[in-house]
Design a protein around this ligand. Structure first.
Ligand code: ZN
Length: 246
């Protein structure tokens, strides 16, 4: 049995037995790991606060073969405000679900970890819109994962899309001009299109700099959540919860 110290964000937990919690932690050093926090739900447990969802902490883990147990923790940032604001909570939950799909057990992904941490910090500590911060985090992740949609030209006729109405296909996420659209394609406003382009260009540097109206946020999130499900080839239950608050 070996002890190791990691920095991590609690992505989710499941209550277990009377007082325990099984945590899924996104660690900086080891990627996604599951760890048992024994007695974490006892009122006086030193582990209680560090095992809350989205808490960032240093965890000392005892490793026994492929099992981890939390032996102690030290909170770096509890991101408390995220758990008491419905927009922040659903936005962070959605992003956490995307991370859980993208990262592998025991495989570090420092870039993704840093975007997650930055997004949580802006949600918890700034006045900026949680949903706008989610959009910025999602675009940054799509870009670094090589999934950025091709947004400059119509996928069919290759005309410049920045001048006319824009349409996209729900099954591929591709953009077309109004001449090439199919009846089932959805329209995206030029404002959303330009805002998405801006965010893809500036990525995480756009945090706290982008101020968008609610209808614009809704249009962009409807597009992005659909596009992400295509790229991940997975339906996320958090998508419905997120869209329900728009
Ligand atoms: Zn076209």
């Amino acid at each position: 049995m070996a002890l190791m110290k990691v920095t991590g964000i609690v992505m989710r937990y499941a209550n277990y037995k009377d007082y325990d919690r099984m945590l899924t932690i996104f660690t900086l050093q080891n990627g996604k790991i599951s760890a048992l926090a024994r007695g974490a739900r006892r009122p006086k447990s030193a582990l209680l606060n560090a095992t809350e969802q989205f808490c960032m902490a240093e965890f000392v883990l005892m490793q026994n073969k492929d099992r981890y147990t939390v032996t102690s923790s030290s909170i770096l940032d509890s991101f408390y405000n995220i758990r008491v604001d419905i927009n922040s909570y659903y936005a962070a939950s959605y992003f956490s679900a995307v991370c859980q799909t993208l990262i592998q057990e025991e495989q570090p992904d420092e870039k993704l970890y840093s975007i997650f941490a930055k997004m949580l910090a802006y949600m918890a500590h700034s006045e900026s819109s949680a949903l706008a911060n989610l959009i910025i985090a999602l675009c940054t992740v799509l870009d670094i994962s090589g999934f950025k949609p091709d947004m400059n030209y119509c996928v069919k006729c290759k005309c410049d899309l920045s001048t006319s109405d824009i349409f996209y296909d729900n099954e591929t996420g591709y953009f077309t001009c109004s001449d090439c659209k199919k009846p089932q394609n959805k329209k995206m406003s030029l404002s959303s299109y330009k805002a998405l382009n801006y965010i893809f260009m500036h990525k995480e540097n756009a945090f706290a700099k982008v101020n968008m109206e609610d209808w614009l946020i809704k249009e962009m999130l409807i597009y992005l959540t659909n596009y992400i499900e295509i790229k991940l080839d997975k339906n996320l239950k958090q998508t419905g919860l997120l869209l329900s608050i728009l």
